[in-house]
Design a protein around this ligand. Structure first.
Ligand code: 3NM
Length: 211
């Protein structure tokens, strides 16, 4: 499910039409979706909840796991498939207690954070930024795919998705360095054709495709 993990909120989509973009991305072959409604232009309150419920339904009918970024209440209310938290969000151990068997993803940047996330009950790690990104304004210094090899060499067994500035042309370098999949925002959300953009990552024979 981590092979092609699409992450997006309203501000990531031209015209704010996230439901259309997600429907096209699903048609193009994404294997998981994370609702990350953050930053300038993000929806709040009822509008945010209603959009999330609509997207949850889209994912459910396509059999695509629906993960909520940093909002346990919302994830529980929508019977989401999981929750993803960063290092400055709610503590992973506390989130694990609250969500029971739901999937738990944690952003980690080095072996120490990765070990702690594993001990806290993470099912997978998001590691980045792989490349420069304009999407996350507070992203850390670019690490490059080399950090993945170092994490694997340190003995880390948890599934990993690389994130940050990943394009179809760069995906193979990320999976080749030890990631199980890639997470992308703008490569799909800001593409003129999100269906084709997702397909470029997911189609056999494309640069980014993995069995
Ligand atoms: N997390 P794009 S980078 C949401 O480094 C997020 O943890 C990151 O967007 C991290 O695919 C990032 O458009 C944004 O570069 C990724």
């Amino acid at each position: 499910m981590l092979q092609l993990y699409f992450v997006a909120g309203t501000p990531d989509c031209p015209g704010g039409d996230l439901a259309r973009v997600l429907a096209e991305a699903i048609r193009g072959g994404i294997t998981a979706y994370q609702f990350r409604e953050k930053g300038p232009g993000a929806l709040h309150g009822r509008a945010r909840f209603e959009l999330a419920a609509q997207l949850r339904e889209l994912c459910a009918s396509a059999g695509v796991p629906f993960i909520v970024n940093d909002d346990v209440e919302l994830a529980l209310a929508l019977s989401a498939d999981g929750v993803h938290v960063g290092q400055t969000d709610a503590p992973a151990a506390e989130v694990r207690r609250r969500i029971g068997a739901m999937l738990l993803g944690v952003s980690a940047h080095d072996a120490g954070e990765a070990r702690r996330a594993a001990a806290d009950g993470a099912d997978y790690l998001g590691v980045g930024p792989m490349y420069p990104t304009a999407t996350k304004l507070d992203a850390r210094t670019v690490q490059g795919p080399g950090v993945l090899s170092r994490l694997r060499e340190s003995g880390l067994m948890l599934p990993i998705v690389g994130i940050g500035g990943i394009t179809a042309a760069r995906a193979a370098a990320v999976t080749g360095a030890g990631a199980d999949g890639i997470a992308v925002v703008s490569a799909i959300s800001r593409a003129a054709d999100p269906f084709r953009a997702a397909q470029q990552f997911s189609t056999p024979g494309s640069l980014a495709y993995r069995d």
